[in-house]
Design a protein around this ligand. Sequence first.
Ligand code: SF4
Ligand code: SF4
Length: 68
Amino acid sequence: MPDYPSPLKIPRVDDARCQACRKCPARKACKTKAIVAIDPGEPPFIDGNLCYGCLVCIPACPHEAIVT
Ligand code: SF4
Ligand code: SF4
């Protein structure tokens, strides 16, 4: 069994709002590195296996691109 609380509120990146910032403050704010950017020109995504639902990333994104 996973040792994190359940149910989790795992947010997602809204690609339509995301500006694919070179330095994503939301990624920086995430303690578990659950926000993953593979291609610098593309929006990051949230790895549901690493995210523990703290939602700190939501106010950290200046474009309101992280939503629940
Ligand atoms: S999630 Fe927000 S801060 Fe991160 S790249 Fe997208 S718009 Fe920028
Ligand atoms: S909710 Fe918390 S753990 Fe999940 S991606 Fe956002 S900052 Fe990271």
